[in-house]
Write a protein that binds this ligand. Structure first.
Ligand SMILES: *[C@@H]1O[C@H](CO)[C@@H](O)[C@H](O)[C@H]1NC(C)=O
Ligand SMILES: *[C@@H]1O[C@H](CO)[C@@H](O)[C@H](O)[C@H]1NC(C)=O
Length: 400
């Protein structure tokens, strides 16, 4: 009896209705996959990140204020000359979603971007520059209680011999050019590392003079008040600074770097070129002497690394924030007080996971379509095709 009724019902279904139900199914699949891969996955992944706990003085009566800072590097917003529009659209959407989700869920007080904001600042025309800046400001928009600090990189103003007054000025017009920033008793020194060439060029000597002045003020903050010629001017918080720059301090190569986002094994042992991959030895020593930082954070290499300089100053290479440069971008979360700090890394979704999800969805679409139109063809064919596409997707290990 039931069979007959079922048969009848099937008979009365209009072909148009069948078609529209397929269309509806396909639309739902496409829409939910897009929603997941382009929006929800950022929440899912970034929700797993937490601010690290920083040590508090054991016998302090007052709790020291903790500053929550986010560090990211090498966003490389594509320019008009070398950037393909689709690449640009995709990468910028990814970074915008990642940044906005992180702001919303982690609520940092200050965000530092460690250089190479733009890919073509080194040669872009005034018009292209304005366009890049406008896109940057939309992607990295933030509420007024969050501070965004940007450090200059070689792609923003060019390598040393491309760097010009004009390019430095237009960068500083958009981004604050102050080298020193203090908040909640924590001092940050932001260095234009392209100007640390050490050849006495105009921009270089101005940058060095600025650093020496900062060094003097830091030295004064370390002294007992009234004991010297430091004068009665406003003092900096007495705390060793955190040095932020684009180029890493000098190291011979990435050979000692480890972790799943260090440089690929075959590239790690390639020696670094001074003034190109890393700062010169001389400039690195100067910075360490002048500033006596307790921590250094840098970008430029696009990969992660931890280095200890002179047995006591740790440096962290912050990997690129763009999927164009790596499959597993990340940013650093830091809880800082004037004495201590704790850092942790927050990974963004893996590009492989997103691609695999799209592949799975493509397979599902195929199954739905085939099952609908060709009842003779088993749905397994669709699954088979879907799998075939997915197994040829680029990428290595699986990560979320
Ligand atoms: C600050 O102190 C350090 C270490 O004693 C020293 O190397 C540096 O030259 C001093 N800075 C200035 C501007 O005197
Ligand atoms: C790696 O670490 C070892 C031991 O600390 C050191 O001798 C060597 O110079 C380091 N190599 C690089 C490239 O930093």
């Amino acid at each position: 009896m039931a069979l007959v009724r079922w048969g009848l019902r099937r008979h009365t279904l209009h072909p148009l209705k069948r078609k529209s139900s397929l269309l509806l199914k396909l639309t739902v699949v496409v829409f939910s996959v897009l929603l997941f891969c382009e929006y929800l996955i950022y929440y899912l992944v970034i929700f797993r990140c937490h601010w690290p706990e920083v040590k508090m003085p054991a016998h302090g009566h007052q709790k020291e204020p903790v500053l929550k800072a986010m560090f990211l590097a090498d966003t490389h917003l594509l320019g008009e000359i070398q950037g393909h529009w689709l690449d640009k659209l995709r990468r910028e959407w990814q970074m915008e979603r990642a940044f906005q989700t992180a702001l919303w869920s982690l609520q940092p007080e200050v965000v530092f971007i460690l250089g190479d904001i733009f890919d073509e600042g080194k040669w872009s025309s005034a018009q292209a520059w304005a366009d890049d800046v406008q896109r940057f400001q939309r992607m990295f928009r933030h509420p007024s209680h969050v501070q965004l600090k940007v450090i200059v990189g070689n792609h923003d103003i060019g390598f040393h011999y491309q760097m010009s007054k004009y390019r430095v000025k237009r960068f500083e017009k958009v981004f604050d050019s102050k080298m020193l920033f203090s908040l909640k008793g924590v001092n940050f020194v932001m260095v234009n590392s392209v100007a640390m060439e050490g050849d006495g060029c105009n921009i270089c000597s101005e940058a060095e003079a600025g650093l020496i002045e900062i060094s003097r003020r830091l030295n004064c903050s370390r002294e007992v008040p009234g004991s010297s010629q430091c004068g009665g001017g406003q003092r900096l918080p007495a705390s060793a600074p955190v040095l932020l720059q684009h180029y890493p301090l000098y190291r011979t190569s990435d050979a000692n770097c480890s972790g799943d986002d260090a440089a690929p094994l075959e590239e790690r042992t390639i020696p670094f070129k001074e003034r190109y991959d890393v700062l010169s030895r001389e400039a690195s020593l100067k910075l360490l002497w002048w500033l006596r930082p307790r921590l250094v954070l840098s970008g430029h290499t696009h990969s992660a690394c931890e280095v200890l300089h002179a047995g006591r100053t740790p440096e962290l290479s912050v990997p690129s924030f763009s999927w164009r440069n790596r499959n597993n971008p990340s940013f650093i979360m830091g809880s800082l007080t004037s004495r201590d700090y704790a850092l942790s890394k927050c990974y963004l979704p893996c590009e492989d996971t997103v691609l695999a999800t799209y592949c799975g969805a493509a397979g599902l679409l195929m199954v739905l379509t085939l099952a609908h139109f060709e009842r003779l063809v088993t749905p397994f064919l669709g699954t088979y095709l879907g799998l075939k596409v997915c197994t040829t997707t680029p990428g290595s290990g699986f990560c979320f």
